[in-house]
Write a protein that binds this ligand. Structure first.
Ligand SMILES: Nc1ncnc2c1ncn2[C@@H]1O[C@H](COP(=O)(O)OP(=O)(O)O)[C@@H](O)[C@H]1O
Ligand SMILES: [Mg+2]
Length: 150
């Protein structure tokens, strides 16, 4: 059986580290409405974690009173995730997305690399002083022999 799901959710949460897990689990629960492989599920969880941590760590510079918005929609087999913050924004998006580039010397600079390798499309919109929106898209097609248990 090849399930088709049409669903849409929106979650707003404070910019605290604990909410990275909240966002990851929420998206995992949503995509588990589809027949999804463990591999796809894990990849989506990593991509969500990277985008949400960026909003908290970079966007809001670890200040806890920012609001992060996560919208997720499933249309057939297409997953679209939007992660938005109203933080500091990104001056040079192209540079920020380069492998190993980070404005924080303690970090690896691989967040966008993971998002790009695990999702089919990564779009970034940002303005300095107003914030950042990351749109992640992935086609989910089930391998019926290898379905994650939900
Ligand atoms: N939401 C965001 N708001 C502001 N800057 C961001 C945001 N997301 C990413 N950036 C910038 O892009 C850079 C690269 O991000 P990333 O690839 O995840 O690496 P890392 O998080 O390890 O620095 C960050 O160092 C930061 O300067
Ligand atoms: Mg990062």
């Amino acid at each position: 059986m090849d399930k088709i799901v049409n669903n849409k959710i929106k979650l707003e949460f404070m910019s605290i580290g604990e909410n990275v897990a909240l966002a990851r689990i929420t998206v995992a629960a949503l995509v588990s409405q589809l027949e999804i492989t463990l591999n796809d599920l894990e990849e989506i969880k990593v991509a969500v974690s990277e985008a949400v941590s960026n909003a908290i760590i970079h966007g809001y510079q670890n200040k806890p009173d920012g609001i992060v918005t996560l919208s997720a929609s499933l249309k057939g087999h297409t997953l679209i995730l939007e992660i938005e913050d109203h933080g500091v924004g990104i001056a040079d998006i192209q540079k920020a997305m380069e492998p190993a580039f980070s404005t924080d010397p303690e970090r690896t600079g691989l967040g966008f690399v993971f998002m790009q390798s695990f999702m089919d499309e990564v779009k970034v919109f940002s303005q300095v002083g107003s914030g950042t929106k990351v749109i992640l898209t992935k086609q989910i097609s089930a391998d019926l022999k290898n379905i994650a248990v939900s």
